[in-house]
Design a protein around this ligand. Structure first.
Ligand code: ADP
Ligand code: MG
Length: 406
């Protein structure tokens, strides 16, 4: 689960991270009030969408020459003008895809005098099973690009879970970021705060891009030479959300795919993709294999969908409805291995769902395992136009052929 920048900052402040003052706003009037509540003389108006690259993004409705999704302002009136232009419009960034995302909320933040922009993130290093800090002096840029062009500029530090962040860890991070004086001291506190936030809230990623060093002649005298979290992107481990009601409340459903929301209500593991072959599979491994084999035969999966080991007839029906509701779906492949799950239950679910929502595209079903004969019989006797397949290859071939013809 992802949250907005302003929510991430509100959370990080609770752990003691240095974050600028700011207020969210969903209307122009709120934006004015938010700006008036900040000291100035510099304000920043930031689009709140679940995607990065906002600064370099473009609004669909505005001319090419208009500014992006993160804008500086030198007066309250300028904040208001930006808010008028940005709210309700569609921001397209390198991460939103060409359709972009509507900006329904802004974050009005105190502007910082920036001396240096750095990159710092925390993630789980799957090789060592430890939380790792990834840092680079090349902040404010797309980190994937840095990784490709100058991989030597990226440094990684694994943290021992028994000790947490030690002074040695913080110093090594400070060295890698070439920090001096006050910023070095700040790094000890910051690294501990972020590590604590990451582990306490079961985050899967915490990215600060940029982390800045404030200017030595900043008008904010107290902050000269100090570190500040300027952007924050946080993802949480979905499997741990049950123990964080406060985090669950931050969920913004308008940022999520409608089909994915519906699927989560039915406890289905569903991820929408760009292709046109809808897949219903049990077990994540089989679902991955099914997507692979569809691609091998030249098709493109429209989704990943794992109905789980013990899916009921209701769950299968719900899954089927979600797949058919996707206008991109030009064919459906049901691929079930009945181990715990019985093939006849699946077949009943499929038939019930087809009767319920109708079937406008080809459907190929491959069943294997417990009660497979019973399951096939149910499909055959249903009178519905269902193609059955014997194995994975056969199934993938049949559905890709059917979609190509259609
Ligand atoms: P994104 O990564 O989505 O483009 P950021 O929050 O990183 O959004 O903002 C883009 C750039 O805007 C930053 O790299 C920084 O240069 C500038 N910026 C963002 N917030 C502030 C702020 N509070 N004060 C001054 N400049 C800012
Ligand atoms: Mg950023």
């Amino acid at each position: 689960m992802n949250i907005h920048e302003y929510q991430a900052k509100q959370l990080l402040v609770r752990f003691g991270a240095p974050v600028a003052q700011g207020h969210p706003a969903t209307s122009v009037e709120e934006a004015r009030k938010a700006a008036e509540a900040l000291p100035g003389p510099l304000w920043v108006v930031k689009s709140q969408i679940h995607a990065g690259g906002r600064g370099k993004g473009r609004f669909k409705e505005l001319p090419e020459t208009a500014k992006g999704g993160v804008r500086l302002a030198r007066s309250v009136d300028e904040v208001v003008r930006h808010a008028q232009e940005m709210l309700g419009n569609t921001l397209v960034t390198a991460q939103t895809g060409p359709e972009g995302k509507q900006v329904n909320r802004l974050y009005i933040e105190d502007g910082a005098d920036i001396a240096r922009e750095l990159y710092l993130s925390l993630l789980v290093n799957r090789e060592t099973g430890r939380v790792a800090f990834v840092v680079s002096t090349e902040g404010g840029m797309d980190i994937e690009q840095v990784a490709e062009e100058t991989p030597e500029a990226i440094h990684q530090f694994d943290i021992d879970p028994l000790t947490g962040v030690t002074d040695e860890d913080a110093n090594a991070i400070a060295d890698a970021l070439q920090l001096n004086e006050q910023a070095r001291v700040d790094m000890i506190q910051l690294a501990r705060s972020l590590y604590e936030a990451f582990t306490a809230k079961d985050m899967s990623m915490l990215e600060i891009n940029p982390l800045i060093v404030m200017d030595d002649d900043s008008t904010q005298v107290m902050n000269r030479g100090r570190l500040r979290v300027l952007d924050a992107k946080v993802s949480f481990d979905g499997n741990a959300l049950f123990r964080h009601p406060d985090i669950r409340e931050m969920r913004d459903l308008t940022e999520e795919d409608e089909k994915e929301i519906e699927a989560s209500k039915h406890d289905l593991a569903y991820i929408a993709l760009d292709g046109n072959i809808g897949c219903m599979v049990n077990g994540a491994g089989l679902a991955m294999a099914t997507m692979d084999i569809i691609k091998l035969y030249g098709g493109e999966p429209a989704n990943f969908l794992d109905v789980g080991g013990g899916a009921s007839r209701e769950k299968v029906t719900a899954a089927f409805k979600i797949i058919t509701a996707d206008p991109n779906v030009k064919g459906i492949l049901v691929n079930i291995f009945g181990g715990i799950m019985r093939c006849d239950v699946i077949a009943e679910g499929v038939v019930a769902a087809v009767r319920d929502v109708g079937l406008k595209v080809p459907l190929v079903v491959r069943l294997e395992g417990t009660n497979v004969e019973k399951g096939k019989k149910i499909l055959d006797e249903s009178g519905l136009d269902i193609t059955s397949a014997d194995d994975l290859d056969d199934a993938a071939k049949k559905i890709t052929d059917a979609v190509k013809k259609g």
